[in-house]
Design a protein around this ligand. Structure first.
Ligand code: UD1
Ligand code: CA
Length: 450
């Protein structure tokens, strides 16, 4: 019994007061529509169809292959919007789930329950309703004295008695596809010049068909976003949901309110997140770590037992028992081996630091490969850029780089070598050799035990 979801996303949404289409405003780092598409895909088991219109190209580009796209131009209402998918979907599926792109908190689980309810229902449609004191401008569900659903009345057209109804239409439906396609052309033009999808409820009732209302247990899921106030409210609820899940899974948060975890992140057991921590994009943090306060980790992989204090990691890989910060910056391609210590004001880009190596203070390491147990003295710089090109620095195991050394790349420092404070190294340094000065000269061979 194939089901396909249609996600309505063509509207203009003037109340956001934005140059950007509403459905692309981010919630925890993802465009709002991402959540509706993901939930719709989960519930239907198929790629959803997004109806786009306002800023269609921009929306399509941002959402990519999460959906198939159908253009609605001009936008003549929700009924008209669904009708645009007929050519693509007619005869392709038995059920059509309809939802909107501006309800990011609605879960795949809830949508699946609606689909299952319709699959077990003899009538042509099931609608998701919310019963809540705050009507939020939603359409009201009208029932006859016997309690049968008769119609949806839009708030703008409702009488005072109808406005008092607290059973609300969430704009989420599951239809028998065959019935839907024949019923859509029967929707009349509303006084506002639109074709309301909600009128299908009245059409089915007039034909004596049964309409099933599925009341959502948590009306908070149906918060629709029409303004930036709603956006902030939804983001906060989404964050609570994500943070709550991680706390139950064994992650400690000192202050969940100021902990920002995006949906695709993973975190190991007994890790503690201090306030003002941001885990973004494709980031994973292992077990027994302490992250923050004031840490931003974006698209980075952190092993077990690490500590990241007041630092920024972007597209970095950090192995077990590494400690970073305060005020460290790992950039794209930084890779710290097991047990590395990176103290304050360090920056590492496109470089590997071997196990047990230390860079305690004020260093820049870029485009370098560093062996194990290397000590990088305070203020060391890899001079990797000659104004035109980037060059590589190679540092062998057990090297001691003296404070304030400039390593002018391309350059290679042999295993066990040392540089004196303030050395400017412009030539390769052999293994077990001490070099000093500007430019640095080798002055003696070292004992392996030095
Ligand atoms: C709609 C329902 C209302 C329900 C409410 C819940 C109708 C007529 N009313 O009202 O009963 O309580 O949702 O949120 O359906 N859209 C298009 N093309 C259009 C018009 C709208 O794709 O031509 C999209 C919008 O982008 C939006 C969704 O459909 O994602 C809902 O449209 P909107 O104008 O917000 O409808 P509401 O007034 O909220
Ligand atoms: Ca709306």
């Amino acid at each position: 019994m194939k089901t396909t979801a249609i996600v309505l996303a063509a509207g203009r949404s003037t109340r956001m007061n934005s140059k950007k289409p509403k459905v692309l405003h981010p919630l925890l780092g993802r465009p709002m529509a991402f959540y509706a598409l993901e939930a719709a895909g989960q519930a239907s088991g198929a790629k959803p169809v997004a109806i786009i219109g306002h800023a269609a190209e921009m929306v399509r580009q941002a959402l990519g292959d999460m959906a198939e796209y159908v253009i609605q131009e001009p936008q003549l209402g929700t009924g008209h919007a669904v009708q645009q998918a007929e050519a693509l979907l007619k005869g392709q599926c038995e059920y059509i789930l309809v939802t909107t792109a501006d309800m990011p908190l609605l879960t795949g689980e809830t949508l699946k329950q609606l689909v299952q309810a319709q699959q077990a229902h003899s009538g042509p449609l099931s609608l998701l309703t919310a019963t809540t004191q705050d009507a939020r401008g939603f359409g009201r569900v009208l029932r006859d004295p016997a309690g049968r659903v008769q119609a949806i009345i839009e708030e703008a057209h409702a009488t005072p008695q109808q406005l008092a109804i607290r059973e609300l239409n969430t704009s989420v439906y599951c239809f028998s596809a065959e019935w839907l396609w024949q019923a859509l052309p029967r929707i009349p033009l509303s006084p506002k010049g639109e074709y309301y999808l909600t009128d299908l409820v009245g059409i089915a009732a007039a034909d004596g068909l049964s309409i099933q209302a599925i009341d959502i247990p948590d009306p908070g899921e149906t918060i629709g976003i029409n303004t930036r106030l709603h956006l902030a409210e939804a983001e906060s609820l989404l964050r609570q949901r994500i943070n709550g899940g991680w706390m139950l899974a064994g992650v400690t948060m000192i202050d969940p309110q100021s902990t920002y975890i995006e949906p695709s992140v993973s975190i190991g057991q007994d890790t503690t997140l201090w306030p003002n921590t941001y885990l973004q994009g494709n980031t994973s943090v292992g077990e027994d770590c302490t992250i923050g306060p004031n840490a931003i980790l974006r698209d980075s992989q952190v092993g077990n037992g690490c500590r990241v204090l007041a630092s920024v990691l972007e597209r970095a890989v950090v192995e077990d028992r590494v400690d970073i910060g305060p005020f460290g910056h790992l950039r794209k391609g930084a890779h710290l081996g097991e047990g590395v210590h990176m103290g304050n004001f360090g920056e590492v880009k496109n470089s590997y630091l071997g196990p047990g190596s230390k860079m305690g203070h004020f260093s820049y390491i870029g485009d370098a490969t560093i062996g194990e147990n290397v000590n990088i003295g305070a203020g060391t710089i890899t001079c990797n850029f000659d104004g035109k090109q980037k060059h590589h620095t190679d540092i062998g195991a057990n090297v001691f780089i003296g404070s304030d050394t400039m390593l002018v790349a391309p350059v290679k420092i042999g295993e066990g070598a040392r540089t004196g404070a303030g050395a400017v190294v412009t030539k390769n340094l052999p293994d077990y050799t001490l070099a000093v000065g500007m430019p640095a000269r080798a002055i003696r061979k070292l004992e392996r035990s030095d």
